[in-house]
Design a binder for this molecule. Structure first.
Ligand code: FAD
Length: 409
C-alpha cells in the first residue's frame, strides 16, 4: 500500500503521523510546494522579528525520518489522473498512489481592484515566501496599507508595527475583526491600535491603487474619495482553496473540495482535509480532518464530529479575547447580557435557554465552560444562576446511590 499526501502543513503532517501510527509497514509520501514545515499562524512573529523559520516549525527536525515518510518538497502537483491513480508534478514526473489525501490548503485572494494585481510592492501573507517578500518591501518602505482587518490583516499590522512601519488599515466592514467581534469589543482593539498611531478606515472599500513610475505603489484611493500615501500594501482579503490541479471535474468541488464526515471525496480512495475543503479555514479543524482522513485511509472508521469553527482566541497588544458562535443577536427575540467595566467586556447572546454566542474581552477565565455550552447547544434554562457564573458543577447532580451524574447528557 502506498499513501500519498499533497501538502505538508496542519492537515498533511498530522495525517502522515497518524498514518504511520496506524500502519507500520506501508509507504507514505508527502509532496509539497512548501520547503519547510511551519505554522502559518505565527508568520507575523517572523515579520516582527520575534521568531525565525525554525522557531515557527511545529515538528521536530527528524519528523520525516522518525515516521519513515518520504518528503518531496518544493514541488507542485499540476494534475491528478484518478483512473491511473497518478499525480503529475511540475517537472512532469509522475507519482503513483493507492490512497491519496489532498491537503493543499488555500491561497490568498487578491481582489480585482484597479492596479492592485499589477502594482509592485503588493504582498499577501500566507506562505513563508510572502514573509520574505514583505521583508524586501520593509527595506524600502516607511508607510504601508493593510487591506482587510480580519485576523490575518491584524496579524500583519502587528508584525509591521514592530518594524516601525507607519500603518493604515482599510476594512469594508464597520469595524475591525467583523467576523470575530461586535462593535464594542472591536472598539477596544481599535483604541489600542490607534494608541500605536495606526490609522483605521472602516466601512470603505479600496477603489484603486495609484501607481508611480516603474509601476510601484504610490497611494490607495478609497470608495469615499480618501487617498492614503503608501510604499507597500499587504492584502488580507480572504483565501481561496488550492484546487487548480483538479481538472475535468474529476473530484467534486463547491466552495472547496466536498468531503463527507470521513473526509472522503467524490473520487474513490481520494480524501481531503484542511482549508482545501473549506469546512472551516482554521488550524484546529485542519488537524482534526487530517487525523480523521488517516484513520479512514487505513480502514479504521472515524468520523469528524466537531466542526464547530466559530471560536476565536486572540491576544493582540496584550488584550485577551475569546469569541464563540454569533457576535450579534439576529433579532429582538434573543436576550443579550453584558458586563462592561474599564478592563473587561463580556457579552452572552441566548434564547430559550440556548447560548448562541459569547464574547469575552479582558477576562477569558470563563471560556471553557462557555465554549462547551455554545458548541453543544446545552439547555441552561433550568440553571437558576447568573449566566456569567455558570460552571461545570452546574451540570452534575448526585444520584440516590451517591454517584455523580452528568445532567446534560
Ligand atoms: C497569517 C495567518 C494567521 C493565521 N492565524 C490563525 C489563527 O490564529 N488560528 C487559526 O486557527 N488559524 C489561523 N490561520 C489559518 C491556518 O493557518 C490554516 O487554517 C491552516 O494552515 C490550514 O492548514 P492546511 O494544512 O489545510 O493548509 P495550508 O497550511 O495552507 O498548507 C497547504 C500545504 O499544501 C501545499 N500545497 C499547496 N498547493 C500545492 C500543490 N499544487 N502541490 C503541492 N503542494 C501544494 C503547501 O505547500 C502547504 O504545504 C492563519 C493563517 C495565516 C496565513
Amino acid at each position: 500500500m502506498k499513501y500519498v499526501i499533497i501538502g505538508a502543513s496542519a492537515a498533511g503532517v498530522n495525517a502522515a503521523k497518524t498514518l504511520r501510527e496506524l500502519d507500520n509497514s506501508s509507504e507514505i509520501t508527502v509532496i509539497s510546494k512548501d520547503t519547510n514545515v511551519y505554522s502559518r499562524c505565527m508568520l507575523h512573529h517572523v515579520i516582527g522579528g520575534r521568531r525565525n523559520l525554525e522557531k515557527i516549525s511545529f515538528v521536530d527536525k527528524d519528523f520525516f525520518s522518525k515516521y519513515r515518510v518520504t518528503w518531496i518538497k518544493n514541488k507542485s502537483i499540476i494534475d491528478i489522473n484518478i483512473d491511473k491513480r497518478e499525480l503529475v508534478l511540475e517537472d512532469n514526473s509522475a507519482e503513483k498512489y493507492d490512497k491519496l489525501l489532498i491537503a493543499s490548503g488555500a491561497s490568498s485572494f487578491i481582489p480585482p481592484v484597479k492596479n492592485l494585481r499589477e502594482a509592485k510592492r503588493v504582498y499577501s501573507l500566507r506562505d513563508y515566501d510572502d514573509v520574505l517578500n514583505i521583508e524586501e518591501g520593509i527595506k524600502v518602505s516607511k508607510k504601508a496599507v493593510i487591506l482587510g482587518a480580519g485576523l490575518v490583516g491584524i496579524d500583519a499590522a502587528i508584525g509591521l508595527m514592530e518594524r516601525d512601519i507607519s500603518l493604515s488599515i482599510v476594512e469594508m466592514g464597520d469595524r475591525i475583526l467583523p467576523l470575530q467581534l461586535d462593535k464594542k469589543a472591536a472598539n477596544r482593539y481599535q483604541k489600542l491600535l490607534k494608541d500605536k498611531n495606526i490609522e483605521i478606515y472602516t466601512s470603505v472599500k479600496l477603489e484603486e491603487v495609484i501607481l508611480k513610475e516603474g509601476g510601484f505603489v504610490d497611494k490607495v484611493k478609497l470608495s469615499d474619495g480618501t487617498e492614503i500615501e503608501c510604499d507597500m500594501i499587504v492584502v488580507a482579503a480572504g483565501v481561496r482553496p488550492n484546487v487548480g490541479f483538479i481538472k475535468n471535474e474529476s473530484i467534486k468541488i463547491e466552495r472547496g473540495i466536498v468531503v463527507d464526515n470521513t473526509c472522503s471525496t467524490s473520487a474513490k480512495d481520494v480524501y481531503a482535509a484542511g482549508d482545501v475543503t473549506f469546512t472551516a479555514p482554521i488550524w484546529p479543524i485542519a488537524v482534526k480532518q487530517g487525523i480523521v482522513a488517516a484513520y479512514n485511509m487505513t480502514g479504521h472508521k472515524k468520523y469528524l464530529e466537531d466542526t464547530f469553527a466559530l471560536r476565536n482566541s486572540m491576544n493582540f497588544l496584550g488584550l485577551e479575547c475569546v469569541s464563540l458562535g454569533i457576535v450579534e443577536a439576529p433579532d429582538n427575540s434573543y436576550v443579550v447580557d453584558i458586563i462592561e467595566t474599564e478592563d473587561v467586556y463580556k457579552k452572552i447572546i441566548h434564547k430559550d435557554g440556548i447560548v448562541y454566542g459569547a464574547i469575552l474581552v479582558g477576562d477569558i477565565s470563563y471560556c471553557g465552560v462557555l465554549q462547551y455550552i455554545v458548541k453543544n447547544k446545552i439547555d441552561i434554562s433550568n440553571i437558576n444562576k447568573n449566566i456569567f457564573k455558570i460552571d461545570y458543577s452546574d451540570f452534575f447532580s448526585i444520584k440516590e446511590d451517591g454517584q455523580f451524574k452528568y445532567k446534560a447528557l
